[in-house]
Design a protein around this ligand. Structure first.
Ligand SMILES: CC(C)(COP(=O)(O)OP(=O)(O)OC[C@H]1O[C@@H](n2cnc3c(N)ncnc32)[C@H](O)[C@@H]1OP(=O)(O)O)[C@@H](O)C(=O)NCCC(=O)NCCS
Length: 183
C-alpha cells in the first residue's frame, strides 16, 4: 500500500531505510517522542523485520516523492478493530524538513488511510504540552483537544502535561469535503 501526496509518499519501511531511521537518536527529535533508550542498527533492523506481521500497528515511511528517501515515519497503533479506533503517531526525523509542510501532509494522508481504507471511527493521539508545532499541525488537520493527562511527561527535571486529542470519522469527512484539505 502506497499513499501519494503532493511532495511525499507514505510507503512501507524497508531495511534500506535503517541508516536514516537512526536520526531518531537525535536529542532534539527525541524530546517530543515517547522513547528514551538509545537505538542501534540491530534494534532498528529487528523493528523493521517485525513490521507488518500483526494487525495492531501499521507504520509507513514518510518518503520524498521525487527521491523515495525516508524523512520520517507515521502510523496507527493499538488498533482496536471492534471499536474502530487507533492511536496516531508521527515523527519527521530529518530535522532539516521541519516546518516545510511535510508533517501536515503526512498527517492528512495517515488520516485518509485510517478513515477511507481501514474504516476507523476515531483516531486519537497524545502530545506533550510544549510541542506547539505538533499541536498546531494536529488542529489544522482536524484533531480537537479532548483532555489532559496532568504532569504525565518528565523531561530534564520538569513534569509536563500530556494533551489527548482526537478526530472522529464524521469530522474527518466533513473537513475533507470542505476545501480545507490540501493533499
Ligand atoms: C511535529 C511534526 C510532525 C510537524 O511536521 P512539520 O513538517 O515540521 O510540520 P509542517 O511544516 O507541516 O507544519 C508546521 C506548522 O507549525 C507551525 N509552527 C512551527 N513552530 C510553531 C510553534 N512554535 N508554535 C506554533 N506553531 C508552530 C508552522 O508555522 C506550521 O504551520 P502553518 O503551516 O499553518 O504555517 C514534525 O515537526 C516532527 O516530527 N517533530 C518531531 C517529532 C514530533 O514532535 N512528533 C510528534 C509527537 S506527538
Amino acid at each position: 500500500m502506497v499513499l501519494r501526496g503532493e511532495r511525499i509518499i507514505l510507503r512501507p519501511v524497508e531495511l534500506s531505510d535503517i541508516d536514516r531511521l537512526l536520526n531518531i537518536n537525535d536529542e532534539e527529535v527525541r524530546q517530543y517522542l515517547l522513547s528514551v533508550f538509545p537505538l542501534n542498527k540491530i534494534r532498528e533492523e529487528e523493528w523493521v523485520k517485525n513490521l507488518y506481521t500483526g494487525q495492531r500497528d501499521i507504520v509507513f515511511a514518510i518518503a520524498m516523492a521525487e527521491t523515495n528517501q525516508l524523512v520520517g515515519t507515521t502510523g496507527l497503533h493499538s488498533i482496536d478493530w471492534v471499536n474502530r479506533c487507533a492511536e496516531f503517531g508521527i515523527a519527521v526525523t530529518d530535522k532539516s524538513y521541519w516546518n516545510s509542510g511535510l508533517g501536515t501532509q503526512a498527517t492528512q494522508l495517515t488520516l485518509r488511510y485510517a478513515f477511507e481504507y481501514l474504516n476507523m471511527n476515531r483516531v486519537q493521539l497524545r502530545v506533550y504540552e510544549y510541542n506547539h508545532r505538533a499541536i498546531h499541525v494536529y488542529e489544522k488537520c482536524g484533531f480537537v483537544r479532548e483532555g489532559i493527562l496532568r504532569k504525565a511527561r518528565y523531561l530534564k527535571g520538569e513534569y509536563y502535561d500530556v494533551i489527548v486529542m482526537g478526530i472522529l470519522a464524521k469530522e474527518y469527512f466533513s473537513k475533507r469535503s470542505s476545501a480545507q484539505y490540501s493533499e
